[in-house]
Design a binder for this molecule. Structure first.
Ligand code: SAH
Length: 390
């Protein structure tokens, strides 16, 4: 049911600049009769229409889907999904050697609160707002229309991303598909399991960085920490690494890695390690030419940022201190609250602490299927550096 809300005069500016979030403190109206997931029309104090979006009783109270006075109906969602798919086709992401990509990246595709990942015929929907979850019937029709023969199944997985008060069951909405499901990323075969795996089953955002690692890997000894299902390891092996060790604290992740190593026939050159990466890096026993550090977000909120920076600094300092001269480190942060310059400064601080000379060779980021809405700079979350330690 559609309801109206009014915004404080001094809070209108952000909406006029097309920022897609409205925080609870900006709302002048009484919202006690507005329910989680309701569609709301947003007005200024002179009753001028500003936007339409999904409401939720949370710090971000409204996620804006349109700044125009149009209904959020089937044709609205189909147009957005069509546009998102056409952008991925421009990026040539559906090929014989690549059929994994992010089809919808929230605000970056004009659909705040929505992620859709695509794995060889299967669309996995993950909603981050109740309003978007309620819009699934529209998303379903849009996916069927837009993906056509490229769609085998739709899986809905929002149990981990919606507030606990919402009853959510993960399930197939269309077709079905046994997992793990075989898909391919830049020539690397991968078993994807969205049912039991983390997030939607795979970390698509590192595709280009994994491919880049391949270019450095020939004949090299590589340690891939925080490996999850082994994406970086496989790219290194496919490109001629001498040996690769993959490390993760999760046994399930290591099991996925091992399965992917067997799938790609690299067993002879690979070993897995179940361990805490921070402890392991504190006292590194082996000589590696290349080390990948891709930890989970150390800070999910601004109030944890300081602690997160200490974590990144420690992890990077341990690694920089111990890698052999000429060694290369691929180091990442996916914490949205730690921006590019803060992360770079943290790695520089770690280099000073480790007492080694460090050169920044490459500056890395999220790929084009994780687009950033220009009016929502918060959408830029993944950053990385390739550094050489002399
Ligand atoms: N690099 C991966 C994605 C990493 S996701 C890829 O390319 O797909 C982060 C991973 O870190 C998860 O698999 C999680 O299980 C693991 N992890 C979390 N805390 C850890 C810790 N303290 N030590 C080692 N691994 C950890």
């Amino acid at each position: 049911m559609e309801k109206n809300i009014q915004i404080f005069k001094n809070k209108v500016h952000s909406i006029e600049r097309k920022h897609p979030w409205i925080f609870s403190g900006a709302i002048q109206s009484d919202t006690s009769e507005i329910y989680d997931g309701d569609t709301v029309s947003v007005y200024d104090s002179k009753n001028r229409f500003l936007a339409r979006g999904h409401f939720q009783h949370a710090t971000i109270s409204v996620r804006i889907l349109s700044f125009e006075d149009v209904p959020l109906d089937q044709s609205f969602f189909t147009a957005k999904i069509k546009n998102a798919f056409s952008v991925r086709m421009k990026q040539n992401l559906l090929r014989s050697d690549n059929n994994i990509f992010r089809l919808v990246h929230g605000e970056g595709d004009g659909l705040p609160g929505l992620i859709i990942d695509y794995y060889a015929g299967v669309a996995v929907i993950q909603c981050h707002s109740i309003g978007m979850y309620n819009s699934i019937p529209f998303l379903y029709e849009s996916l069927i229309e837009v993906l056509g023969d490229n769609l085998q199944a739709i899986y809905s997985k929002s149990s981990d991303t919606l507030p606990e008060r919402t009853e959510v069951e993960n399930m197939y909405l269309h077709g079905d598909c046994a997992t793990p499901h075989l898909a391919i990323e830049d020539g690397v075969k991968l078993n994807i399991d969205w049912v039991t795996g983390q997030k939607t089953g795979f970390f698509i955002d590192q595709r280009e960085n994994r491919t880049l690692l391949g270019k450095y890997a020939k004949g090299k000894r590589v340690l891939n920490t925080f490996c999850y299902s082994g994406g970086f390891s496989l790219s290194a092996l496919l490109n001629g690494a001498e040996l690769v060790h993959s490390l993760d604290s999760s046994k399930k992740a290591i099991q996925l890695t091992d399965e992917n190593i067997v799938l790609n026939k690299f067993s002879g050159k690979h070993e897995s390690i179940v361990a805490d990466a921070m402890n392991y890096m504190k006292d590194l026993k082996e000589d590696y030419d290349i080390i990948v550090l891709d930890p989970p977000a150390f800070a999910k909120h601004r109030n944890k940022r300081h602690q997160a920076l200490q974590g990144y600094k420690r992890l990077n300092a341990h690694t920089i201190r111990q890698i052999k001269p000429g060694g290369i480190i691929f180091t990442f942060s996916c914490s949205q609250v730690v921006d590019k310059s803060l992360f770079t400064n943290t790695v520089i601080a770690a280099s000073i602490e480790a007492g080694r000379n460090v050169r920044i060779l490459e500056q890395l980021h999220q790929p084009a299927d994780h687009p950033i809405n220009a009016f929502h700079p918060e959408g830029e979350y993944l950053k990385g550096l390739v550094i050489q330690v002399d």
